[in-house]
Design a protein around this ligand. Structure first.
Ligand code: ATP
Length: 213
């Protein structure tokens, strides 16, 4: 089973690519959903409360994602603290989920894991055979997200918090460019898919070669 991490900035076209791969037989794993499951684990809840205080809990004692984001994304130090608690737990959850998918009766050739905010420090890169990033000029990404309904200042605020396409490309094994129509984007994805399939989905397990490994 070949594992692809798919990353890209806001509005780059990650979901469009993931949906296309799904149509070709891939299973899609949602890292946000895994993160939400992980926020319910007792050890993680304790760690988060120790770091950010009881104000991140709901009246039922569950971690409230919005309150957590408010407390954690105030500065880099707090963000790193959050990542240090969440990322190893997400990595373990992803590893377990990949084992589950890999041991299902119907063979799965490809699993796509969308990781919008992938960084060089993320341990889950070791679980992937390849990292693909979708890139597109910021103006185009902004226009697409605004057309989808987000206010333009919010889009630019989100973009300012994310790394740029060059930095993201350095973490990736393959870059697909989404600066033209959908058929051009999906054509690149099909070329990639067909090449991996022709190679029998041979494992690689050295993702992010561009990051200097
Ligand atoms: P987000 O990070 O905000 O979830 P994303 O990276 O998953 O975004 P998509 O949701 O796939 O990106 O694409 C953003 C929007 O741009 C969608 O409305 C999608 O239909 C549209 N879009 C993507 N690629 C193209 C393209 N090549 N031409 C026209 N529209 C496109």
């Amino acid at each position: 089973m070949y594992v692809l991490i798919l990353t890209g900035g806001i509005g780059s076209g990650k979901s469009t690519v993931a949906r296309h791969l799904e149509r070709r037989g891939a299973i899609r794993l949602d890292l946000d959903r895994l993160a939400s499951e992980v926020r319910g684990q007792a050890g993680v809840v304790e760690g988060l409360v120790a770091a950010f205080g009881g104000c991140i809990l709901t009246s039922e004692g569950k971690v409230d994602a919005t309150s957590l984001a408010k407390a954690a994304f105030v500065d880099e130090e707090h963000t790193l603290q959050l990542n240090a608690i969440m990322h190893p737990a997400i990595e373990r959850a992803l590893e377990r989920r990949l084992v589950d998918v890999g041991s299902s009766c119907a063979p799965v050739p490809l699993v796509v894991v969308e990781v919008p905010l992938l960084t060089s420090a993320d341990g889950y890169r070791r679980l992937a055979d390849e990292v693909m990033t979708v890139s597109a000029p910021e103006t185009l990404r902004a226009a697409r997200v605004v057309a989808r309904g987000m206010a333009e200042p919010d889009v630019h605020r989100r973009m300012a918090q994310q790394m740029g396409d060059d930095e993201r490309a350095a973490l990736a094994d393959v870059v697909v460019s989404n600066d033209q129509g959908l058929e051009v984007l999906l054509g690149q994805v099909d070329t990639w898919f067909d090449a991996r399939m022709a190679a029998g989905w041979a494992p690689r397990r050295h993702p992010g070669a561009g990051a200097g490994r």
